[in-house]
Design a protein around this ligand. Structure first.
Ligand code: GLN
Length: 446
């Protein structure tokens, strides 16, 4: 059914980079046989899950929506891929994204821009835009994305679906092409919080191949949805309602606040004054890490190799010049600059200190609240080409980026529509590794 649906709508939605229907049908058939014999491998057995084109799946393309990896086929499975296969999930297609996850609209994809299923002239958000669009357009019931500075929650908000960024360390990054390693996390997209809980259960857990993977006993996320019922204290940061917030989003989020109050929870104003520094801090740290991580794409090993090089040094230069798009180049240059001697102390080191302050500020607020509530984005989805200025694009992540800097879990759930019929997202932020409670708070509202 999902293959047929994609056949019917993909020409308009363009959520996928590639689809291998034969491979997917073979997995579905194996699942049918397994289940007929009474041996279902878990709750996801037979359920299609589409993956962002940044996660390794053995013998499938892994492009990161970059010319650099256009012809690359992965020789191994990511940890998340292994887990999904072992639990019988039917892997389905490779989803479009901004090149190397750098962007907020999929317009930085080297291949094509995906569309927002609610308005085809608008972007689905990014970088995991394909992951959000395919679930919103019913081309898959579940998908996986990655979130370095909002890339799961922002597209979920733009496309009217649920998107969860887990606590840093809950899901192994093994087999996720690295953008900014200290911020990257893999997480689920779904149409309901319950589905997101099931998919999180399937992909979370310790893995010795990711040195930042955390050893913790996993709660039963689905059971928590009904077992945990509060009453909760919900903090609303006043900085998130300052200038720049679309009035219709503000009104929708205020309605959500009123819902929680009526439901018997306590809502109180809190303050996160460091929010103002989140975007500059992120763009120093993320670009620094990216400049180092992307050094591996050298034209020598497994990436695009220029055909016009005179000698070895020229091969490096030309392969990188031809393989990377403009946003990726901008970030490599910026990241190299902030790490270079003479500037390291002024930028990189300072940004690390501010990052610590941002985290401490959150932890202090969490001494008196269970969950923090904000809009997911300051504006709804926008038209393709509307934000040509990179700085305007960066500002779209103002509410999501500090959550990555603090390593916390965050979820975006649908929160109504604008008068222009574009979805609005509500963001809920939890304490570290308290995804069970966070999902329960979100489930209460949806
Ligand atoms: N939009 C942000 C950026 O461009 C976040 C991307 C992400 O979370 N991968 O870096």
């Amino acid at each position: 059914a999902f293959i047929d649906r994609a056949e019917a709508v993909e020409a308009r939605v363009k959520a996928f980079n590639s689809r291998d229907a034969e491979w997917t049908l073979a997995q579905a058939k194996a699942s049918d046989e397994r289940r007929a014999a009474g041996g279902a491998a878990g709750p996801l057995d037979g359920v299609p899950v589409a993956l962002k084109d940044i996660l390794a799946v053995k013998d499938q393309p892994l492009t990161c929506s970059s010319r650099m990896l256009e012809n690359f086929v992965s020789p191994y499975d990511a940890h998340v891929t292994e887990l999904l296969k072992a639990q019988g999930a039917v892997l389905w297609g490779r989803l479009n994204m901004d090149e190397f996850a750098m962007g907020s609209s999929t317009e930085n994809s080297a291949f094509h821009t995906s569309s927002n299923p609610w308005n085809l002239d608008c972007v689905p958000g990014g970088s995991s835009g394909g992951s959000a669009a395919c679930v919103a357009a019913l081309e898959a019931p579940l998908s996986i994305g990655s979130d370095t500075g909002g890339s799961i929650r922002q597209p979920a908000a733009f496309c009217g679906v649920v998107g969860l960024k887990p606590t840093y360390g809950l899901v192994s990054r093994y087999g996720l092409a690295a953008f900014a390693s200290s911020l990257d996390q893999i997480g689920p997209f779904a149409r309901t919080v319950e589905d997101a809980a099931l998919l999180l259960q399937a992909i979370a857990g310790h893995d010795r191949r990711d040195s930042t993977s955390y050893k913790t006993k996993l709660p039963d996320y689905r059971a928590a949805l009904t077992e945990k019922e509060g009453p909760w204290t919900i903090g609303v940061p006043k900085e998130c309602f300052a200038e720049g917030l679309d009035p219709e989003i503000k009104a929708a989020v205020e309605d959500a606040i009123a819902f929680y109050e009526k439901d018997g929870h306590t809502v109180k104003e809190v303050s996160l004054p460091m929010t103002e520094y989140a975007i500059p801090t992120y763009y120093i740290l993320a670009t620094a890490e990216a400049s180092s991580n992307l050094a591996r794409y050298d034209g020598i090993r497994y990436t695009h190799r220029s055909k016009n090089a005179k000698d070895a040094v020229d091969l490096y230069f030309k392969s990188r010049a031809e393989g990377f798009g403009p946003e990726v180049k901008r970030r490599i240059i910026l990241g190299t600059y902030v790490l270079s001697s003479g500037y390291y102390d002024a930028y990189y080191l300072r940004a690390q200190k501010i990052r610590t302050l941002i985290r401490e500020e959150f932890m202090q607020v969490f001494e008196s609240v269970d969950t923090i509530l904000t809009p997911t984005t300051p504006t709804p989805s926008f038209k393709r080409g509307e934000k040509a200025d990179p700085l305007a694009m960066y500002l779209n992540d103002i509410y999501t980026i500090n959550v990555n800097l603090a390593g916390l879990p965050g979820i975006s759930v649908p929160c109504g529509f604008t008068s222009g019929k574009l979805p609005i997202g509500l963001q809920l932020i939890g304490k570290p590794f308290a995804e069970d409670e966070l999902l329960a708070v979100a489930h209460r509202y949806e």
